[in-house]
Design a protein around this ligand. Structure first.
Ligand SMILES: *Cc1c(COP(=O)(O)O)cnc(C)c1O
Length: 385
């Protein structure tokens, strides 16, 4: 077995070899610009982009015309949130989001606050879930957008998306969701989930880095957003810039593979995740962070009391996982997501996030279990509490 073992698939996934194979011709002989209308090189590129748009749309049950290609989820989120506030400035200046969102959302909201937008940050309970009554109570006549992530990147906790979209519709507010961790992993359907805008990314679903998409609803209601980049009017005027053809082809293929293989991948990964989790919870003084019931099938986040976070990570050198800390420019901070669930700083530091992929094997999970058990045991021996 090759070491270290990669169980940090919420940070990024490996590229599926079948995705690379689909991309290769567009990195070599089919190098055309999809906007070149006058020759075969351009036509081939455009045809590939059109096909990828259909593959992406099929995964989320949308119309291909509702897909805007971007450089990734961060750009999609910026385009959606800033784009809505620029477009509908006359309708109101209040935004509702959640304090466990990804930084791509929180930093965008902060930017808008500097521009005079009022932002409400909803809290979550111990399970990581928002309270729907608090959400409804936060709505004012000035509210124009609600941004709630589909599934959390640190805990895997899935928010009640259909209930949230129903509330947004009841009050005539647009609903945007950062579905970067959900699309390709669990069934996401724009017609039953009823979001108005949805961001997702290639490299979280076995596709390439540097490519993502924004879903923008075209009917009931027809959502309009202001472009954040000018020049050329690509992507129906919403995102100018020469299209990343190989990246888009890769995203399309990744979406197709997820659509066809999601059910079997999920079944396998969930079994391995459940086993990993059960074994790790056998370790004394360990606990699961966030709802078990409302969680992605391939993710678990576990805290180990009485160990020091940094020493834990150093000990686990054969295992690529994420700890409950985040490096900011100045220091190492405990994860704000875990703190929002009520964890102490120490317990947040001593938490590990495990994210499985379609390539994770039973052998790797066995190794991970014994490695964590050994390192946690050693740590506790070295520093008896
Ligand atoms: C990874 C991630 C992002 C950022 O995606 P990029 O494509 O890397 O910009 C945003 N939100 C969530 C929930 C993520 O997991």
């Amino acid at each position: 077995m090759k070491l270290p073992i990669y169980l940090d698939n919420n940070a990024t996934t490996p590229l599926d070899p079948r995705v690379l194979e689909a991309m290769m011709p567009y990195l070599t002989e089919h190098f055309g610009n999809a906007a070149s209308r006058d020759h075969a090189f351009g036509w081939a590129a455009k045809e590939a982009v059109d096909f990828a748009r259909e593959q992406v749309a099929a995964l989320i049950n949308s119309n291909p015309k509702e897909i805007i290609f971007t450089s990734g989820a961060t750009e999609s989120i910026n385009l959606a949130i800033k784009g809505v506030f620029e477009m509908y400035a006359s309708k109101g200046n209040h935004l509702i989001t959640v304090n466990t969102e990804h930084k791509a959302v929180l930093d965008t909201c902060q930017h808008l606050e500097k521009m005079g937008v009022r932002v409400t940050y909803l809290e979550v309970n111990q399970a990581g879930l928002i309270d729907l009554n608090s959400l409804e109570a936060a709505i004012t006549p000035e509210t124009i957008l609600l941004s709630v992530m589909y599934a959390n990147n640190e805990t895997g906790v899935i928010q009640p998306i259909r209930e949230i979209s129903a509330i947004a519709r009841k009050y005539g507010i647009l609903f945007m969701t950062d579905a970067t961790q959900a699309v390709g992993k669990i069934p996401v359907d724009v017609e039953t989930d009823l979001m108005d805008l949805m961001a997702f990314s290639g490299h979280k679903m076995y596709g390439p880095k540097g490519v993502g998409a924004l879903y923008v609803r075209r009917k009931d209601p027809r959502v309009k957003i202001s472009a954040q980049m000018d020049g050329g009017g690509h992507e129906r005027g919403m995102r100018s810039g020469t299209l990343n053809v190989p990246g888009i082809v890769g995203l399309g293929k990744a979406c197709e593979l997820c659509r066809l293989e999601m059910a079997s991948d999920t079944k396998r990964m969930k079994k391995l995740r459940d086993y990993l989790e059960a074994e790790l919870l056998q370790i004394e003084e360990s606990q699961r962070n966030g709802s078990k019931e409302h969680c992605l099938p391939h993710v678990t986040n576990i805290a180990f009391k009485y160990v020091e976070g940094e020493a834990l990570m150093l000990g686990l050198k054969d295992l690529a996982v994420s700890s409950g800390s985040a490096c900011t420019s100045a220091s190492i901070e405990p994860s704000y997501v875990l703190k929002a669930l009520g964890l102490s700083d120490d317990l947040a530091y001593a938490s590990l996030r495990f994210g499985l992929s379609r390539f994770t094997t039973a052998e790797q999970i066995e190794y991970a279990i014994s490695h964590v058990r050994e390192v946690v045991g050693k740590q506790r021996q070295m520093s008896p509490q």
